[in-house]
Design a protein around this ligand. Structure first.
Ligand code: NJP
Length: 250
């Protein structure tokens, strides 16, 4: 299903990278899109480029009140909310656990784990009242494998992966389609920060090893359709050749 006409999607972290590519792809497929991120100028510019179907709403996902206002905005502007892509995330602070700054460590949890929770908490009642919706969390291989220097990232992504399963457990009976997507390594600002850190093998990957952000965007669009219903409650991995074939990527 590549037609999202009449659907409204809210994408967190839409100022660049995977979130930006997703907002552009979903709008191309006919959806109304609400772009959120902290960089107000960037989301305003992207929304402008997309046109009438797009609305930019500045929002820091670490704050529940801000996320709730973004969801309310989607409903007011477009009449409902059908799709939530919990994409906003940070890899910093990259540092050894024994040397990490406790405030910076906690802030990564506030964004990567609580930010995903905030989106679900605000969107689930709206979707349940409407009879259904799709919630997709952008996960990571780091949710399941510990990497040196990434304790905050790994722990927060592991939490978000479990939260996604919890949302499926509670929401499936009420029409909610909840899944995770682990994109593999993607050529975005996050990989530039990883490369600059020089810690762990991911920082040593050649840039050509990364897939373009349009690939996860295409996969997320595919996951919004009935073909992906076999995967509800699960985390899909874009490294999987079988999935790439189903989505039409190779
Ligand atoms: O990274 P990047 P990606 N409140 O840095 C936003 C996961 N992932 O596209 O607020 C709201 O280009 C930030 O916006 P701004 C990764 O963990 C990636 O690669 O303006 N938004 C920007 O739009 C993450 O969950 C790879 O700074 C906040 C966006 O998040 C997702 O993919 C591998 C925010 C980050 O864009 C997108 O990351 C993997 C806040 N407090 C998983 N903090 C990979 N790239 O290789 C940040 O397995 N944002």
């Amino acid at each position: 299903m590549k037609d999202l006409t009449g659907k409204t999607a809210l994408i967190t972290g839409a100022s660049r990278g995977i979130g930006e590519a997703t907002a552009r792809r979903f709008a191309e497929a006919g959806a109304n899109v609400v772009l959120t991120a902290r960089s107000a100028d960037d989301i305003a510019r992207i929304a402008d480029e997309i046109g009438d179907k797009a609305s930019a709403f500045p929002c820091d996902v670490s704050r529940y009140d801000a996320v709730k206002r973004a969801v309310d905005h989607a409903v007011e502007r477009f009449g409902g909310l059908d799709i939530l892509i919990g994409n906003a995330g940070v890899v910093e602070p990259i540092s050894l656990l024994s040397e990490s700054d406790p405030d910076a460590w906690g802030h990564a949890i506030d964004i990567n784990l609580k930010g995903v929770y905030h989106g679900m908490r605000a969107a689930m009642p709206v979707m349940q009242a409407a009879g259904g919706g799709t919630i997709i969390t952008i996960s990571s291989g780091a949710a399941h494998n510990a990497l040196e220097g990434w304790s905050a990232y790994c722990a927060s992504k592991a939490g978000a992966a479990m939260l996604t399963k919890a949302a499926h457990t509670e929401g499936a009976g009420e029409g909610l389609r909840v899944m995770g997507l682990s994109p593999g390594t993607v050529a975005t600002q996050m990989q530039r920060e990883i490369k600059a850190s020089g810690i762990n093998p991911v920082s040593e990957l050649d840039w050509s090893a990364h897939i373009p952000p349009e690939w996860p965007a295409e996969t997320l669009l595919w996951m919004c359709g009935a073909e992906a219903d076999a995967y509800l409650g699960q985390e899909l991995a874009l490294r999987d050749e079988g999935l790439r074939k189903k989505v039409g990527l190779s």
